[in-house]
Design a protein around this ligand. Structure first.
Ligand code: NAG
Ligand code: NAG
Ligand code: NAG
Ligand code: NAG
Ligand code: NAG
Ligand code: NAG
Ligand code: NAG
Length: 226
């Protein structure tokens, strides 16, 4: 039997562990709400739930510029996230499930990789100051949308977090919430890699003919320099 003094101590440790296992927090322009929760409904943790980490569509939307704007994230303290891939997508409107977008199929940036200081928990922040609208899309002031951030863990499972937005003129957004070095910065303990594929042979090891070797080598060099 636990004594009444031990139970509060266990609860305190449990809530501390929940904090330490934090995943992705969208620090700017905000998030649907705290989904850093593991309980009986979400035994593996809320953030693993597609599309928005177990959070329903919200009505306390934040303004975000019609010309694209800043997105700042804390990728989290989760053990084993020495590296992670990130996707940032947009879903348009409110005609889909749960009065959210029909889908989250509009990428805003190419996938990129973050490199953290170690596989142990770490508290860094990074910010992309000018995330554009998805390619070939335009929006109007007053349109609703949802920004989805996906963090793919090293073992391939994905953590989701979203923020519901209403598009507004850039000056309106700036007047509401200035983007500056206090809410949009890169911690020195995080770095970034671009991610892209190299076309290869369909089977067996790719063979490189001598005439193509300089091209292949310069490709490798570019890769090393990225
Ligand atoms: C919306 O409200 C929830 C619940 O109070 C809060 O956690 C969240 O940060 C709010 N989101 C925005 C974008 O203000
Ligand atoms: C787990 O947390 C979520 C989010 O707060 C909540 O909706 C759900 O009811 C909780 N489940 C249990 C069993 O407490
Ligand atoms: C956008 O969302 C807000 C809050 O959920 C809602 O009041 C408003 O009617 C929506 N606008 C449109 C054009 O759907
Ligand atoms: C995704 O939603 C958009 C509307 O926002 C729609 O035009 C498009 O057809 C949808 N894509 C798929 C694959 O359903
Ligand atoms: C955007 O439009 C251009 C020109 O029509 C097209 O080449 C490109 O594939 C489109 N991009 C996407 C993501 O649809
Ligand atoms: C940055 O903007 C916020 C409001 O979004 C403001 O509270 C803060 O003082 C500003 N910081 C600096 C250094 O200007
Ligand atoms: C953070 O680093 C990324 C990747 O190098 C860069 O695109 C972004 O502009 C940086 N953010 C700030 C606030 O300098």
């Amino acid at each position: 039997m636990f004594s009444s003094r031990i139970i509060p101590a266990i609860l305190a440790i449990a809530s501390l562990l929940a904090t330490v296992q934090a995943h992705t927090v969208i620090t700017y322009p905000g998030w649907r709400g705290d989904n850093l929760i593991t309980n009986d409904t979400f035994p593996y943790g809320m953030q693993w739930m597609y599309p928005c980490g177990g959070m329903r569509t919200t009505t306390n939307r934040t303004l975000w510029p019609t010309t694209g704007g800043a997105i700042a994230l804390q990728p989290g303290w989760f053990q084993g996230h020495a590296t992670a891939f990130f996707y940032i997508n947009l879903g348009f409107g409110t005609d889909g499930p749960d009065q959210g977008p029909p889908n989250m199929s509009f990428p805003m940036v190419p996938v990129f990789q973050i490199v953290g200081p170690s596989k142990n928990p770490y508290p860094g922040t990074f910010c992309l100051p000018q995330v554009p609208l998805p390619a070939n899309t335009t929006v109007n002031v007053g349109d609703n949308a949802t920004i989805q951030v996906v963090e793919v863990a090293i073992h391939g499972a994905s953590l989701f977090s979203c923020v519901d937005i209403t598009f507004a003129a850039p000056e309106t957004v700036a007047a509401q919430m200035e983007v500056n070095a206090s809410n949009c910065f890169n911690s020195s303990d995080l770095s970034f890699n671009s991610v892209y594929s190299i076309a290869g042979a369909t089977n067996a090891a790719p063979s490189i003919s001598p005439s193509l070797l300089p091209i292949a080598l310069s490709g490798l060099l570019m890769w090393a320099l990225m």
